[in-house]
Ligand binder design. Structure first.
Ligand code: C2G
Length: 752
């Protein structure tokens, strides 16, 4: 007999199952069998079975759902202990071993911990390690100790509020406080190791009528029946949230009509299984009361959807009327009033009682933000959106208002050229740059910005619009984006290691606001359709920002710029323009960059002939230290427009930045300094085209190789001539210097 039976229900998403198995394969504890319960799957599960793993397959023929699968799994299990593992989650190497070591002789179960993540195991561990590193400082230690003390106090308060007191209850309180703070959806049977005999003797099972909330019906009676339990907070179960809830939702991410009804039913079913006077009953009723008073009450008052005031309201009232008597006593005054209103079944009373609470919480939020940060949004929603759209006003924004550059700049200049002052142009600019041709400038996230966001007829942006933007009927949104995709984007990204966790969901909504998307080449058109799930009109005229490379006076512009920047006329220039790394973050939108190019050595070897133009990505917060390299390195990271810099660059070195798609228009040499390509490709992003076979220059891995390539640049040019030609034809064929003009005609001519 194996010590542990690991029960894994499986329905779909084989990629997750594969990673789940891999985590078990890497487990230091090996004495387990897997009971894989197949819920009408069409996938070829055996293709992801790791070699030598003891896997028992159970098929659900008549029944379906996670509850049924786990129940059948328990029936088929033979181990002394049961561990539930969902097929899209994983364990860490030591999870099982820690749990087994923690078991005491007469324990019914061992509580582990559940950690939530949006990432696969490698990235999860990376992030944990970074977190631990940052926890090392004394300040941080003190902060953590303070937090722990707060938590202890909370637990003590909670325990003293319980109707019945005992040691088990205390354990239970800790368990819930740690793991179930967010309402009954947080109830989970995962992460714990149960003695199989404890489950069987107490006839614990998951209610098969419930799709989302069946864990309650297992866990609540289990908590009531448990005689002895140990806590092992080091044993981590990793619950993976799916970062693509649009195409691959996890169960809890499914948007279902039945969810509300099921939530009520789950409470009803669970109540039937437990002591009506006991702590567990009090606990779930308290949670349900919080759901009603904190969440539902707002919906009853504000939601545009009338079901909250009709069927849902009628559905929940009888359940709330049955609440444990102590719930009402232990709620705060405001919530007490709201719950009483619910219990009386009087919807008007609920609305009235919640009005005050909502007003107060809004005010508190504003006061808390103090720096009036949220006020412009209030003005946006309550004042500006009600004003008429201004027919000839255009709002432009590039890289979150960091500079005056990229395609919006060139579209703006073409607009001025084509239509003179017929349009009022407004630029969102944070750095004080003077925009030519008389455009008004506003700071991003200011009152004026919010105003123009609301009333401009046209918006031309090269990144996403703010999340709080609400597209109005009649507005025309032109999204230019900011590069031909090499790195995988949004819906084509299996892992999202950098952006906000709800990135895909937010993107899905935001891209529906776009009336036009600019595409520089057929490859971008195809890729944008898939990665943005965008099926609207494309503007396929090339990249406006590349027009400059076809200007008749481009050499003159280059000469002036060189002079302006003080770059010696007798030296050739090497542009080094790397991108950012998703996992090297200081927080939202601010990234670290460690220079891996040995500029000192380059200076020694190349300094007589060349200078380096250093250009970091706009996400990079670090100011690269170039002390000692004066006269050799020119840091142009703050210069507005990289397109102008291309004109003065004789050679371009990049890594995975989209700059090379643009620079190739000049047909000048490109080198790729790809010292961390394996990590970038496999862990961080992945690529759309083969860096090995399709890019127009060599991949170089050390500074020496870079120097060597530059010293032999003619040879490289020759070697890559054919590939460069193919690349140019594939990615630069639309660019002819007229993209901006064509876009202006199509967008502003047509919609005028
Ligand atoms: N850029 C720059 N300097 C750099 C890197 C980039 O000025 N050192 C500018 C270029 O115009 C580039 C754009 O920022 O094309 C986007 O930068 P990428 O490095 O490609 O990275 P990212 O912002 O992640 O955009 O489809 C394109 C992708 O969305 C990539």
């Amino acid at each position: 007999m194996k010590k542990i039976s690991i029960i894994i229900p499986f329905w779909k998403y084989l990629n997750y199952l594969k990673e789940c198995f891999a985590s078990l394969q890497e487990s230091t504890y090996k004495d387990f069998e897997v009971v894989l319960v197949l819920d009408h799957t069409t996938e070829n599960v055996t293709s992801v079975f790791p070699q030598g793993m003891d896997i028992k397959i159970v098929n659900l023929n008549e029944k379906s759902g996670c509850a049924a699968a786990r129940n059948e799994g328990v029936k088929a299990a033979t181990g002394e202990y049961i561990y539930f593992l969902d097929s899209d989650d994983y364990v860490l190497e030591d999870t099982l071993e820690l749990l087994v070591n923690a078991i005491k002789e007469d324990d019914d179960l061992v509580y582990g911990v559940v950690k939530n993540t949006w990432n696969n195991k490698a990235n999860f561990l990376d992030k944990q390690a970074k977190k631990e590193e940052s926890n090392d400082s004394e300040d941080r230690q003190a902060e953590l100790e303070e937090k722990e003390a707060e938590r202890q106090e909370k637990i003590e308060n909670y325990v003293s509020s319980l109707p019945v007191g005992s040691n088990i209850e205390q354990e239970m309180a800790i368990y819930f406080l740690e793991r179930n703070r967010k309402g009954i959806t947080g109830f989970t049977a995962l992460g714990n190791l149960y003695k199989r005999s404890f489950i069987l003797e107490n006839e614990l099972s998951f209610n098969e009528e419930l799709r989302y909330y069946s864990d309650m019906t297992f866990m609540c009676p289990a908590l009531e029946k448990v005689n002895r339990a140990t806590r092992c907070k080091e044993a981590v179960y990793v619950k993976r949230k799916h970062n693509d809830p649009i195409n691959k939702p996890a169960l809890w991410q499914e948007d279902s009509e039945n969810r509300f009804e099921e939530r009520c039913k789950a409470i009803g079913y669970t109540r039937d299984l437990i002591d009506p006077q006991g702590n567990v009953r009090y606990f779930i009723d308290m949670k349900f009361a919080h759901f009603a008073t904190n969440y539902m009450a707002k919906k009853v008052r504000r939601s545009k959807d009338s079901k909250w005031r009709n069927e849902y309201f009628d559905m929940i009232v009888p359940y709330l009327m049955e609440s444990h008597p102590q719930v009402l006593d232990n709620l705060g005054t405001q919530n007490q009033k709201i719950l009483m209103a619910f219990m009386s079944g009087d919807i008007k009373k609920v609305q009235k009682s919640v009005r005050f609470k909502l007003g107060k919480s809004k005010l508190l939020k504003i006061l808390k933000d103090r720096n009036i940060n949220t006020l412009y949004k209030l003005a946006y929603y309550h004042i500006y959106l009600k004003q008429p759209i201004k027919e000839n006003v255009v709002l432009f924004e590039t890289f979150m208002a960091k500079n005056y550059s990229d395609s919006p700049k060139y579209i703006y200049e073409a607009l001025v050229k084509e239509y003179g002052d017929q349009f009022t142009c407004v630029w969102a600019i944070n750095n004080g740059t003077q925009v030519p041709y008389g455009a008004k400038t506003v700071k991003r996230f200011s009152f004026q910005y919010a105003y123009y966001l609301a009333v401009s007829k046209y918006l031309v942006f090269n990144v996403r619009q703010p999340l709080w933007y609400r597209k109005r009927e009649g507005q025309v949104f032109v999204e230019t984006w900011h590069g031909t995709p090499l790195k995988r984007l949004v819906f084509d990204q299996e892992e999202v290691t950098s952006a906000a966790p709800k990135y895909k969901q937010q993107f899905y909504r935001q891209r529906t606001d776009w009336d036009y998307l600019v595409s520089a080449n057929p490859f971008s058109t195809k890729t944008f359709r898939s990665c943005f799930m965008y099926d609207g009109p494309m503007l396929e005229y090339g990249y406006p920002r590349n027009d400059i490379m076809y200007y008749d006076n481009k050499d003159e512009i280059a000469k002036d710029l060189r002079a302006k920047l003080g770059i010696p006329t007798d030296k050739k220039t090497i542009l080094y323009a790397p991108t950012w790394r998703d996992d090297e973050s200081y927080g939202s939108g601010k990234y670290k960059f460690t220079l891996a190019l040995d500029l000192q050595m380059m200076k020694e070897k190349l300094g007589d002939e060349y200078v380096v133009l250093l250009r970091t990505h706009h996400y990079i917060a670090d100011n690269i230290d170039t002390t000692g390299l004066e006269g050799f390195v020119y840091n142009l990271s703050k210069y507005d427009d990289i397109s102008e810099i291309y004109l003065i660059s004789d050679i371009c070195i990049t890594d995975y930045s989209s700059v090379f798609f643009d620079y190739a228009n000049l047909k000048r040499p490109i080198l790729f300094y790809t010292y961390d390509i394996e990590k970038y490709k496999n862990q961080l992003r992945g690529f759309y085209i083969s860096m090995q076979d399709e890019v127009p220059g060599p991949l170089l891995y050390t500074s020496e190789e870079v120097v060597d390539a530059i010293q032999n640049i003619d040879q490289i040019n020759e070697q890559y001539a054919q590939r460069y030609k193919e690349f140019y034809n594939r990615f630069c064929s639309y660019d002819d210097g007229h993209a901006s003009e064509n876009i202006v005609k199509e967008v502003f001519g047509k919609n005028k």
